[in-house]
Design a protein around this ligand. Structure first.
Ligand SMILES: CC(C)(COP(=O)(O)OP(=O)(O)OC[C@H]1O[C@@H](n2cnc3c(N)ncnc32)[C@H](O)[C@@H]1OP(=O)(O)O)[C@@H](O)C(=O)NCCC(=O)NCCS
Length: 422
């Protein structure tokens, strides 16, 4: 937790896209002050599994942060906010369009209060262009960034992917932008505004679909398992590998919903693979079969090739098939369910599923830190309760006296309504 030790972040983000970014920065050692409205980040109460406890939606995205509640709609709350801006290196938000401006804090105003501060904003579509005024959630971004139109099968509807490329993907983009801006600030003394639109982030993550979009102008795409003749847009292509090598999800024994293994028939491994599966299929000469002898032929006849591999796999579980393929150097991976992953030795060993405690909910699990810094290991700590650190932050970061805090509290700086005085 040494890498960002001296960096203080005023984190106004909510729901998923922003908090996933600030959690990563906290895991790299930043002091993340989560500034919440008096009723808290809405996800605290969303999809609750335990009555009155912060939901897993919240706890899984807000670890290692401190929480302060500030009513930004009260003049006293605005003053506390402005004081915090002066003391932070980064401020970040992912409100709907214009929210912070309406609260009186445009980027220009924030920059004036603290010229050194870097500001990060996530918006659905950015601050310019015809879509700038629209709100967005994960699947809206997946729909508009090209992910949905390219996911699924041609005859079926567009599908969302299970990975949160719209929210968490955008959070990753923002983290990179913030760290770059901080690096520049450390050189120049001047902060800047970093904006990431969810739609842009999804487009970036769909980059290879744009490769194919342009290749279509030159003719059909030979490696696709679905027809591409005459198409103007990259189609949905099921479980095609999407790269230069052929790949597919192959059904295994005993045929349950996740009993599949993804197999890449890399050019270099075909002969070894054919020699291993051929004899069991009654086709000892499979490696020499002209239908599959070259990558060009395998592309053309890939559906036949997948049918043969599937026939072989019917006698093996996904793990058994993996054990057959690994020594042949065939890139492959069993389709892991969340249950498989939760119990996986490799996952546990890499601290990618970690047990935590929480005063309201007891034991729970979080997905760990995927970025491993050799000299700045992460120690994951539970998410804060709503306003848990309000007083601590006011005293330690802003140097407010107890008397001043009480005055502000009575005036309603930290609550939805001013505190009633007797
Ligand atoms: C996610 C989203 C759709 C949620 O919409 P929403 O619940 O209506 O929330 P908004 O961000 O638009 O508005 C937040 C409100 O809380 C108020 N608020 C926020 N912090 C506050 C505080 N500390 N004190 C008082 N009020 C506060 C804002 O002033 C705003 O009120 P207003 O509507 O009167 O201006 C929207 O925030 C959005 O589009 N964000 C950008 C894209 C994004 O990140 N989406 C992914 C989320 S995972």
């Amino acid at each position: 937790m040494e890498a960002l030790k001296d960096v203080r972040i005023l984190d106004m983000t909510h729901v998923q896209a922003g908090p996933t970014c600030s959690q990563l920065l906290a895991w790299m050692g930043a002091d993340v002050i989560k500034l919440e409205p008096p009723h808290g980040d809405a996800t605290r109460g969303q999809l609750r599994d335990i009555p009155n406890a912060d939901s897993l939606y919240f706890t899984m995205l807000n670890c290692n942060k401190r929480s302060i509640t500030v009513n930004m709609k009260s003049p006293e709350g605005k003053q506390v906010f402005a004081d915090l801006v002066k003391k932070c290196d980064i401020i970040m938000e992912n409100f709907g369009p214009g929210v912070l401006d309406r609260l009186g804090f445009t980027w220009e105003k924030i920059h004036e209060i603290n010229p050194r501060i870097v500001m990060g904003s996530i918006k659905g579509f950015g601050s310019s262009g015809p879509y700038a005024d629209f709100k967005a959630y994960e699947n809206v971004a997946q729909a508009m960034g090209g992910a949905m139109s390219t996911t699924g099968v041609p005859d079926g509807p567009p599908f969302v992917t299970g990975a949160q490329i719209g929210d968490s993907g955008t959070g990753l983009h923002l983290a990179i932008g913030l760290l770059a801006a901080l690096h520049q600030r450390n050189r120049t003394g001047k902060g800047q505004y970093v904006e990431v639109a969810m739609m842009d982030g999804v487009m970036n993550l769909c980059r290879v679909k744009w490769r194919d979009h342009q290749r279509l102008t030159r003719g059909p795409l030979a490696e696709y398992s679905v027809p591409t003749e005459g198409l103007k847009a990259t189609p949905r292509a099921g479980n095609d590998s999407g790269g230069g090598q052929l790949g597919n999800a192959i059904k295994c024994k005993p045929g349950g919903p996740d009993d599949y293994i993804y197999v890449v028939v890399q050019e270099a491994v075909w002969e070894a693979l054919a020699n291993r599966i051929g004899p069991e299929l009654g086709m000892p000469g499979l490696a020499q079969d002209p239908r599959f002898a070259t990558i060009g032929e395998r592309r053309k006849n890939q559906n036949e090739m997948w049918a043969l591999i599937t026939r072989f796999a019917a006698n093996y579980t996904k793990r058994e098939f993996m054990a057959i393929l690994n020594p042949l150097d065939v890139p492959c991976g069993p389709i892991m369910s969340t249950e498989d992953l939760a119990n996986d030795e490799h996952v546990r060993g890499r601290e990618m599923y970690v047990e935590l405690d929480h005063p309201q909910r007891g034991k729970w699990w979080n997905v760990g830190m995927p970025i491993k810094l050799s000299d700045s290991p992460t120690k994951i700590e539970r998410s804060p309760l709503l306003g848990e650190h309000t007083e601590e932050i006011l005293k330690e970061v802003l140097g407010y006296s107890g008397e001043r805090i009480e005055k502000l509290r009575s005036a309603g700086a930290f609550s939805a309504t001013p505190k009633k005085t007797a």
